[in-house]
Design a protein around this ligand. Structure first.
Ligand SMILES: C[S@@+](CC[C@H](N)C(=O)[O-])C[C@H]1O[C@@H](n2cnc3c(N)ncnc32)[C@H](O)[C@@H]1O
Length: 271
């Protein structure tokens, strides 16, 4: 939450923002000096961070292709980030041209780049909202315009839940979203961890940022999939989730878990 108690933040160029730090570390240009400084500190504290973020993006693309290949035509991407090519819509469209994508982020700079995310298509929407208010996301007219919750949905929570503190009760938030998903839906989730190296110095970089970094263990990350049926191979470090190329060097050090799971129950056929 911001200091004035609002979950929706103003564009603040004095404090590093997760979306802009991530953009900088991926080689993007939508970032300010404070973000670049934080990104450099992060890379010093966790030398594998850049390959980790690229591996997270590659996981996201493979997972999107997987869920679209499984028949899902609606994607709810919460914690979208700044546009990075190929974005979720571009990846999904390669697999099926009739996919619809709703993007959600609580950083106004992401909404400011909505034009790039939307790509001039009515099949996508961008909503400024906060994961900590899941019902407000589900009820939002901008989401309802794109997503029909009577049909299977792929819920993407990729590299975002670690910005929720334990006090935010992230398990309850994910469960609340899960309960809105019909049979045949998917959860795609990735999450930062300190299981493979001491990452307290990386966490400290976020102390002055607009969101904290909350590293969680494998068992804690697995709990976010409660109530879903895990897709093989379960929760793994992101490079090892159904790789389609040899995992990059130093993949074993990458501090990101990822997994995909499906809502249980019979899949409805037809409309
Ligand atoms: C590290 S980026 C991940 C981007 C993309 N999902 C990916 O994995 O490539 C995290 C994004 O989550 C957003 N975010 C952080 N906390 C959030 C919250 N409580 N609600 C919505 N978005 C949030 C940030 O603004 C940022 O754009």
């Amino acid at each position: 939450m911001t200091q004035n108690g609002s979950h929706i933040e103003e564009i603040d160029t004095n404090r590093p923002h997760p979306a802009r730090i991530y953009d900088y570390l991926l080689g993007g240009t939508t970032n300010y000096a404070v973000d670049r400084q934080a990104g450099d500190q992060l890379a010093a504290a966790a030398p594998e961070v850049r390959i980790g973020l690229r591996a997270n993006r590659a996981f996201l693309r493979r997972a999107v292709r997987y869920v679209v290949g499984s028949g899902v035509r609606q994607i709810l991407d919460i914690g979208t980030g700044l546009p990075t090519s190929p974005n979720v819509y571009e990846t999904a469209r390669e697999a099926a041209p009739d996919v619809r994508v709703a993007y959600v982020d609580n950083d106004p700079i992401v909404a400011a780049h909505a034009g790039t995310l939307l790509g001039g298509s009515g099949a996508t929407g961008v909503v400024l909202a906060d994961l900590r208010e899941p019902q407000a996301i589900v009820d939002h007219p901008g989401i309802r315009r794109v997503i029909d919750f009577a049909e299977p949905v792929a819920l993407l929570l990729v590299a975002v839940v670690h910005f929720l503190t334990d006090e935010d009760r992230p398990e309850q938030i994910v469960a609340a979203l899960r309960d809105t998903l019909p049979a045949g839906s998917f959860l795609v989730l990735s999450h930062a961890t300190g299981d493979f190296a001491d990452r307290s110095a990386a966490q400290a970089v976020y102390h002055k940022a607009t969101a904290s970094l909350n590293l969680r263990s494998r068992a804690q990350v697995e709990r976010f999939f409660d109530g879903f049926d895990m897709v093989e191979p379960g929760v793994t470090q992101v490079p090892f989730w159904r790789p389609d190329t040899p995992p990059p060097a130093r993949s074993g050090e990458i501090g990101f878990y990822g997994g995909v799971a499906r809502t249980p129950g019979a899949v409805r056929v037809g409309g």
